[in-house]
Design a protein around this ligand. Structure first.
Ligand SMILES: Cc1ncc(COP(=O)(O)O)c(C=O)c1O
Length: 377
């Protein structure tokens, strides 16, 4: 295993004086006031004892209501939900529950690097599929061809949509066709939907709608409510599938912190919490539109992402597929920090990721620095 490449670049670029860092997937907004208040009340109310391992009853009920209201998915607080320390723990718990050493985990790339690292920690084998030629989405044809080649060795498929680093997501129809291929297999689908609340121009759909018996959804409040530091996520899925991850969770962390659970309960379960997400969503969409147009005007080739808060443009032609060289030049000469596409697996080659979880003024300054850099080239 190698250390987290995104963090390495971020650390490296942090040493450059006056750099604008568009490196991390870290919302620049504050935690909604109602959530802060709930955490404070939990602390002052001496809510300080071990909670239930699966998560507090109130939070699991809020999650069940949230999944029903927002995505029309039915999960019961008592048997279908495990509250975790961020989506990060949920990723580990779910992979750990379904692989033995040597099993394969199918991971379409480019994607969040943790899936590959956790698979390796657990002694299983990441099977990285390059989706660059398919607009960064796993097609039913590529899925079928991979299953034909590796068959029963594949125990788990990890889908992340809206996706980090591309911002691409699947339409309802695309999810349906993937589910058609998967339903004749025993593969467990881990659907990392941590960016589900941040979609633009279209509503979020889940593959769980079409493959409920085989899908575990991962989500949380890190991105939707700018609560990355509160470390609250969850797993939702059918009772028989969720028992394994629930055990891993119980052995690894016992349970999540009560004040943070209280904060997440109002984030997911109150109109004020939802309003906070909608306001951030509008702001992200505005930034996305600005940045997509500005980069296209500068000659960059890129798709308009449907969600999350990242752009994934191609590097300028002069750099070929050498995204690390471009990103390094951009940091040193333009003083704009981004992440090379290769950090997200083989499908990311020749691209770079820009996060737009920064203020519009910061993005405008970044664009003018990039424009100057390109002129000087
Ligand atoms: C796709 C994806 N999944 C999970 C996470 C981690 O989420 P959390 O902060 O809730 O652990 C991230 C964070 O960047 C992410 O991009």
């Amino acid at each position: 295993m190698t250390p987290n490449i995104i963090r390495e670049y971020d650390n490296q670029f942090s040493k450059i004086d006056d750099i604008i860092k568009l490196t991390l997937g870290e919302p620049d907004f504050n935690v909604p006031e109602v959530s802060k208040r709930a955490a404070i009340d939990s602390i002052t109310g001496d809510d300080s004892h071990y909670g239930p391992s699966l998560g507090t009853q109130a939070l699991r009920e809020a999650i069940a209501d949230f999944m029903q209201t927002r995505y029309d998915l039915t999960y019961h607080a008592d048997k279908n939900i495990v509250v975790t320390v961020g989506a990060t723990e949920a990723i580990y718990d779910t992979i750990a529950a379904f692989v033995n050493p040597g099993d394969k985990v199918l991971i379409p790339t480019p994607t969040f690097p943790l899936y590959e690292s956790d698979t390796l920690i657990l002694g299983a084998e990441p099977l990285l599929v390059n989706t660059q030629d398919d607009d960064f989405l796993l097609t039913p044809e590529r899925l079928k061809a991979t299953l034909d080649e590796f068959g029963d060795d594949i125990k788990v498929l990890i889908l992340n949509y809206p996706g980090n680093p591309t911002g691409r997501t699947y339409s309802d129809e695309q999810l349906k066709t993937l589910a058609e291929v998967l339903k004749d297999t025993d593969i467990v689908v881990i659907a990392d939907e941590i960016y589900s609340e941040l979609t633009y121009d279209q509503n979020h759909h889940s593959i769980a709608q079409y493959l409920p018996e085989q899908t575990l959804i991962l989500n949380g409040v890190s991105k939707s409510h700018a609560m990355t530091g509160y470390r609250l996520g969850f797993i939702a899925g059918p009772e028989d599938l969720i028992q394994g991850p629930a055990l891993v969770h119980q052995m690894a962390v016992t349970t999540t912190p009560n004040p943070m659970a209280a904060a997440a309960t109002v984030a997911l379960g109150t109109p004020a919490g939802h309003q906070a997400t909608m306001e951030m969503n509008d702001e992200y969409q505005d930034r996305r539109d600005y940045l997509v147009n500005a980069l296209r005007d500068l000659g960059f080739e890129l798709d308009t992402p449907e969600g999350a808060f990242y752009l994934f443009p191609r590097v300028p032609e002069a750099y070929g597929d050498d995204d690390p060289a471009f990103v390094t030049d951009l940091a040193l000469k333009a003083k704009v920090g981004t992440v090379p596409g290769q950090a997200f697996g083989p499908g990311g080659e020749g691209h770079f990721r820009m996060s737009y979880a920064s203020s519009k003024a910061t993005l405008e300054e970044a664009v003018s620095r990039i424009a100057r850099f390109l002129e000087e080239q």
